[in-house]
Design a protein around this ligand. Sequence first.
Ligand code: PAF
Length: 279
Amino acid sequence: VIEVVRELADLRRAVGEARSAGRRIGFVPTMGALHEGHLSLMRLARQRSDFTVVSIFVNPLQFGPSEDLDRYPRDEERDLHLCEETGVDLAFLPRRAAMYPEGAVTTVDVGPIGDVLEGAERPGHFAGVATVVAKLFNLVEPHLAVFGRKDAQQVAVIRQLVRDLSFDIEIIVGDIVREADDLALSSRNVYLRGEERAQATALHRALRAGGEAWRRSGEVEETEQVMKDFLEGSPGVELGYARAVDPISFLHPAGEAALLLVAARVGATRLIDNLTVTR
Ligand code: PAF
């Protein structure tokens, strides 16, 4: 059965025991509201390790002042049930005051990648992500950690964090899980009301149209324009950004491969999606 801990000391003790017993520690950090995408990351962790730790913590540091921190979906009982069903060994659900005691001021500056795309629309977001992930890495000290490809820029930030701060942790990236109509799974999909659910498929359709443009032309501007036009012509959808970047550096694509990234608001809900395409 799954062990549930809320105190930092209890987490360290439980993981320490597993490590001393020679078990390989796999870690999946989450903010709860678990869906099939998260479960696929947990299964990946299980395949590659023999003690799986999941954290569930809605990290206030990565939300902007006008974002959805207070209404972010939370269902602890359901999340723990799903973790248990998926074979997770240990769930860590820290209180906010345990993660950020009064007077905590140190944060991780992620440099230029934190200021583009998601970072440009959500100032401070990636510093908040990097800070909590660094703390979680220090607490869990896993051998490997699994992240989802839907947050492609987050993956790039985490790889940079691991390299720059010398974490000895293997980063594994799990593929995007999609609904039957290709909408990428997201905890925020529960916000979609009525016709918004169908309108949200515009993100993935824009990426597919962008992929065709990239294969045809290899031109960044044309590819981005196709995706922008697609989203701007989609009812109920408000374009955030539509970009084609190098999959590793997030700069201008240098080779055959491009990472296409879109963000858009559907009703009040902000969604992101991405697709890697090769010429
Ligand atoms: O991807 C998420 O759910 C969050 O950004 C993470 C990695 C758990 C950090 O809070």
